[in-house]
Design a protein around this ligand. Structure first.
Ligand SMILES: Nc1ncnc2c1ncn2[C@@H]1O[C@H](COP(=O)(O)OP(=O)(O)O)[C@@H](O)[C@H]1O
Ligand SMILES: [Mg+2]
Length: 234
């Protein structure tokens, strides 16, 4: 008998969120975090109620991309994410730094599920999940528990990245997880088969890290914005 209460708790928590977009990719360093963070900033700027949740325990970086310092969720019948640049922001880094460790002893997967169960997002149009690379237990659990999630897959033009991409697509199909689209990042601009949109390498991106307003003015953000239109996102 399955007596794990968390799936129904998570369903309840995500009830008032219209769309959950999981930014995934089977490799590290391919632009998942810049994509997820910029996507959240773009949606918030357009007036959508937006949340961003960095779930990458090993490489949380959205707080650095945002330049968000000194933030911490408020304990209010669970955890209320701080609002930064119009985005409700939650990150595993809040719990893995030397601040507060309410999750001692729990493994990463349990910790992520716990955070999904206790975070109070309230009403949102979009919740963007910055996923850990690959499809480890934690990533699978997110897909299993956050049943609303749609995948936005990030890849690079490399043959190797495309190889793992096709395997990941087969897995999502198997798991019946809807795939919103595939973004080829750091792309020469000629999309391979299966790619919905391309984002070019932007030499100015690095300088905008940590500065949300500068980030939104980059060629990267412009390309991503165009990509969203291709994917029927606002
Ligand atoms: N289109 C791009 N142009 C230039 N640099 C990029 C681009 N996409 C990602 N990067 C850089 O690549 C690095 C890795 O990106 P990141 O989002 O952290 O990858 P991941 O989350 O997949 O590990 C970062 O330094 C980021 O600024
Ligand atoms: Mg990342």
């Amino acid at each position: 008998m399955n007596i794990d209460p968390r799936p129904s708790v998570i369903e309840e928590r995500l009830k008032n969120i219209k769309r959950v977009i999981a930014v995934t990719g089977w490799k590290g360093g391919i632009g998942k975090s810049v994509t997820a963070t910029t996507l959240a900033l773009l949606l918030a700027k357009k007036g959508y109620k937006t949340g961003l949740f960095d779930l990458d325990f090993a490489g949380a970086s959205d707080h650095i991309i945002l330049g968000a310092k000194g933030l911490f969720p408020k304990e209010e019948k669970g955890l209320e994410p701080p609002v930064y640049e119009g985005v409700k922001f939650m990150s595993v880094v809040f719990f893995s730094e030397n601040k507060a460790v309410p999750l001692r002893g729990a493994n990463v997967s349990d910790a992520i599920i716990e955070l999904l169960a206790i975070t109070q997002w309230g009403e949102l149009d979009f919740l963007v999940l910055d996923m850990p690379p690959g499809i480890n237990d934690a990533a699978l659990d997110v897909m299993r528990f956050a049943r609303k999630a749609e995948v936005l897959a990030v890849t690079t033009p490399s043959v190797l990245a495309h190889d793992v991409l096709s395997r990941s697509m087969a897995l999502y199909k198997n798991l019946k997880v809807p795939v919103l689209g595939v973004v080829e990042n750091m792309s020469p601009g000629r999309a391979r088969a299966g790619v919905s949109a391309c984002i070019k390498t932007d030499t100015g991106l690095e300088k905008a890290i940590g500065r949300p307003s500068a980030l939104l003015k980059t060629a990267f953000a412009r390309d991503l914005s165009r990509t969203l239109k291709n994917l029927n996102l606002p």
